[in-house]
Design a protein around this ligand. Structure first.
Ligand code: NAD
Ligand code: DAU
Length: 369
């Protein structure tokens, strides 16, 4: 029997508040759950930063039955006046909202802290108020809070695989903010008895991913025959999790996770960046000569790798293979040029010049393999 069967967030007609639900993984979670037509109702609270877009929820809007179970609110998780009522109306809160790009955290860290720490705190305070209402008989049942975290909180893992019990050693402003957010969430479980679960997913890829990240950047650059800026020696290693699997892991922990527990969500597909790039070039039918070696990311984590035994014991494991997942992702980007051209507009050129201008000017050709 699952740890939380019979809870309101697993019952038919459950009301979920999904923060950051217009972003890459959050929107997949929303699309995936609403497409099942099991009566679940979702409110998305999203600030619509450069990374979020209501277009990511179009497939839901296109289906009247699903659209009827979605409410979209543009707003900030750090704004208590918006958050309080939305949390009060929910059976569970699933927090995807974050500034998510490591390179941008190196350029401008502050927004990462405001959303990743203060924003999480505001959500948790609203949950605390609701738990007091349960204690005083004003609310029938407790809520669950799911904090979507990352393997980056372990820092660079030279050998072996991180266990949930390992010490945290984040090394970028992004991962430090993520570590702070999940520590804060767990502190609300210990101190106030809030039902908190945390997921730590690995590097995610798939449709609707903002083109600032490695795979969509290199795919959309390759499709335009633009240079592919590979940081340092390109031998950094990541574990590649398809977005459908990541969203599935978060839902599995929402439904079956034990309160106060943390769950790694790995794919078990560890590859050096050079190999990922080689496969992108193969899938886009472009030559290796597009690849340029550029100055490395400061503090670049060499490797992430997690042990997945705990979530496997809970009944979840990743199912999408990398070649299949990448082929479908490239296909999606080929078919959705208008989507990625919009994502590569607005502040994109200024960001690209700041992040890559000098790097590409000083770049050199990269030996294949
Ligand atoms: P994303 O950048 O695509 O989406 C983030 C969403 O949050 C956007 O829609 C944005 O508008 C929204 N947002 C940002 N600040 C907000 C605020 N203050 N209030 C409300 N909404 C806000 O990110 P993603 O890749 O989908 O990541 C989602 C979550 O998963 C993040 O918490 C991230 O740390 C975590 N994660 C991501 C990966 C990955 O590889 N992408 C891996 C592990 C964990
Ligand atoms: O591991 C989980 C994390 O994965 C998430 O928590 C983050 O939100 C997500 O952005 C991602 O972080 P990374 O820094 O690993 O992802 P990114 O796509 O930025 O980079 C992947 C690897 O590719 C990394 O070693 C840096 C390298 N890279 C990236 C870019 C954007 C390049 O060599 N060149 C690039 O231009």
């Amino acid at each position: 029997m699952s740890a939380t069967s019979g809870s309101p967030w697993t019952a038919p007609g459950a009301r979920l508040l999904v923060t950051g639900g217009a972003g890459f993984i959050g929107s997949q979670f929303v699309r995936q759950i609403l497409a099942r037509s099991d009566g679940t109702r979702i409110t998305v609270l999203d600030k619509l930063t450069y990374a979020g877009s209501e277009a990511n929820l179009e497939p839901v809007r296109a289906d009247a039955e699903q659209a009827g179970r979605l409410r979209f609110i543009k707003g900030d998780i750090a704004d208590a006046s918006v958050v309080e009522q939305l949390v009060a109306d929910a059976d569970a809160v699933v927090n995807f909202a974050a500034e998510s790009h490591v390179d941008r955290s190196i350029l401008d860290p502050e927004a990462f802290l405001v959303t990743g720490v203060i924003g999480v705190h505001v959500l948790l305070e609203a949950c605390r108020r609701e738990s007091e209402r349960v204690s005083s008989g004003l609310r029938p049942s407790a809520q669950r809070f799911v904090q979507v975290s990352t393997d980056e909180v372990y820092g660079s893992v030279e050998t072996g695989q991180s266990l949930e019990t390992d010490a945290l050693a984040p090394r970028s402003p992004y991962s430090a903010a993520k570590a702070a957010g999940e520590l804060l969430a767990m502190s609300y479980h210990v101190t106030y008895g809030i039902d908190v679960v945390v997921t730590r997913g690995s590097n995610t890829y798939g449709p609707y991913q903002h083109p600032e990240k490695l795979i969509p950047l290199f795919v959309t650059n390759a499709l335009q025959d633009l240079p592919l800026p590979l940081y340092g020696d390109g031998l950094q290693r990541r574990d590649w999790l398809h977005v459908a699997d990541h969203a599935g892991a978060v839902e599995h922990v929402l439904r079956h996770g034990v309160a106060g527990e943390i769950y790694n969500a790995p794919a078990g597909i560890e590859l050096p960046n050079r190999e990922v790039v080689r496969r992108i070039l193969e899938a886009t039918d472009r030559p290796w000569s597009l690849v340029r070696t550029v100055e490395d990311r400061p503090g670049h984590d060499r490797r992430y790798a997690m042990d997945g035994s705990k979530i496997e014991a809970l009944g979840w494991r990743a199912s999408v293979g990398f070649d299949d997942g990448l082929a479908r992702t490239v296909e999606w980007f080929r078919a959705n040029e208008a989507w990625w051209r919009t994502a590569r507009s607005g502040d994109w050129d200024a960001y690209y010049a700041r992040q890559y201008g000098a790097r590409l000017a000083e770049s050199r050709a990269t030996e294949a393999g």
